[in-house]
Design a protein around this ligand. Structure first.
Ligand code: DGY
Length: 427
């Protein structure tokens, strides 16, 4: 298909997946509103309908919990094609939501929306600013109670990178003996070899039960969650989001939020630096219960570029590694080290390429002065969509589409990669 037709198709996918003020990632497999999906969807809408882009963000932030958390799923309209649904989460909000969060890309996207039309977007940006500050403050307190500059995730779903090999060892300590029989729905929509294994699902559900049994109380979860891990992806994304929040607050004249976001960002900078592993040769996740770094690199190793401020000596190790990865496969960026035996080119987050991760890595590399690599990643992303369509993810080996079809965030990234980029570079 020609690019102009793909532009139209991308817009059509966003319109078709629009359920009236919020957008589902894809029909069937994901029939609700997902947190970071919505943020990227707003980025896509911004290329042709800025008003609708704001509405997407606003519908997400409308479900913010009283304590500041913005949930990972909002069960806007009950749909049995997805499991686990509201009953398993046991939350008490209306509409019901899950009890966990997801990578906080929203502040970065809100800053972009504001910068596209500062005068017109001012009122909406001011309202979003307050909600985003409360969410980030929740991360700093609920998920970093010790103040070490690293926020923890309590479930692999919070990383958005569900079955990354990094979680295998921390998950091995999760007790599944009380998980009863259940019916997965995901494998009714997508081939099982492209989805997480059953033993991982059992652990996902045990962690949902743990949170539900503790009424999603942050203190109880921080004290006892069997999964308490600093994901390099979430920490890098949050650091970038704090910097964008500080810049947006500055532009809007809110010095209180600007100062708070800057202070939180400074703390996160130290935390992110501590995720560097010489043994692994890059930034990796850290199991905070056992103080164990992951031993293999994922695409998350390159997200500190998106956060900004990667020291030169570390960049000098990461850039050749990225080039080596790109030489090892046909398309980049694989979600997991393609030279590692655990790499699987079609199984969800154990190898496939994700357009949203490519967008973040490319943004980061461009800001860090690696325009050639950023271009290569954007070119690969668009080539994959031209070859296979708007799939959820893609095999780095042969480019085939994996997971759900007509995927909102893939359509959004297609549009964002051609739209003008108003976001100022981060330091
Ligand atoms: C799923 O159900 O696969 C989702 O990734 C959870 O967020």
């Amino acid at each position: 298909m020609e690019d102009t037709k793909l532009d139209l198709r991308a817009k059509e996918i966003l319109r078709t997946n629009d359920r009236g003020g919020y957008t589902v990632p894809t029909a069937g497999l994901y029939p609700y509103q997902w947190n970071w999906d919505s943020a990227f969807v707003a980025l896509g809408f911004a290329a042709f309908d800025i008003d609708r882009a704001w509405t997407e963000v606003e519908s997400l932030l409308a479900s913010q919990w009283p304590d500041g958390m913005v949930p990972h799923i909002i069960f806007q309209r009950i749909d049995d094609s997805y499991f686990p649904g509201p009953d398993q989460w046991g939350t008490t909000t209306s509409p019901p939501t899950s009890g966990i969060t997801q990578p906080p890309v929203a502040a970065t996207i809100v800053r972009r929306l504001h910068d596209l039309e500062p005068a017109k977007g001012r009122r909406r940006a001011e309202a979003a600013l307050v909600a985003l500050d409360r969410w980030h403050e929740w991360f700093a307190t609920a998920r970093d109670p010790a103040g070490r500059g690293l926020v923890a995730i309590i479930h692999p779903w919070e990383s958005g990178r569900d079955n990354l090999p990094d979680w295998d060892r921390p998950l091995s300590f999760v007790d599944t003996s009380k998980v009863g029989a259940y019916q997965r729905r995901d494998t009714q929509h997508v081939a099982a070899d492209q989805r997480p294994h059953q033993h991982e699902y059992d652990r996902y559900l045990a962690l949902v039960a743990f949170g539900r049994d503790n009424r999603w109380d942050p203190a109880a979860i921080a004290a006892g969650s069997p999964f308490w891990v600093a994901d390099v992806g979430v920490n890098a994304i949050l650091l970038r989001a704090e910097r964008d929040l500080a810049a947006l607050a500055g532009a809007l004249g809110d010095s209180g939020i600007a100062d708070r976001a800057t202070r939180r960002a400074e703390r996160l900078e130290d935390g992110l630096a501590s995720l560097w592993s010489d043994a692994a040769g890059g930034y990796v996740s850290l199991d905070l219960r056992r103080e164990e770094h992951a031993t293999t690199l994922s695409a998350g190793a390159f997200l500190p570029f998106y956060a900004g401020g990667v020291p030169a000596d570390r960049a000098e190790r990461l850039i050749p590694t990225l080039r080596h990865w790109l030489d090892a496969v046909r398309y980049g960026v694989p979600s997991f080290d393609p030279t590692d035996p655990q790499f699987d080119p079609i199984r969800y987050w154990r190898g496939p390429i994700w357009a949203v991760v490519n967008w973040m890595i490319a943004e980061g590399l461009a800001n860090a002065g690696h325009a050639d690599l950023a271009d290569r990643i954007r070119t690969d992303t668009r080539a994959l969509i031209r070859r296979s369509g708007f799939y959820e993810s893609f095999s780095p080996v042969d480019g085939r589409g994996c997971g759900g079809k007509d995927f909102s965030w893939t359509a959004a990234i297609w549009l964002a990669m051609t739209a003008p980029a108003p976001v100022a570079a981060v330091a």
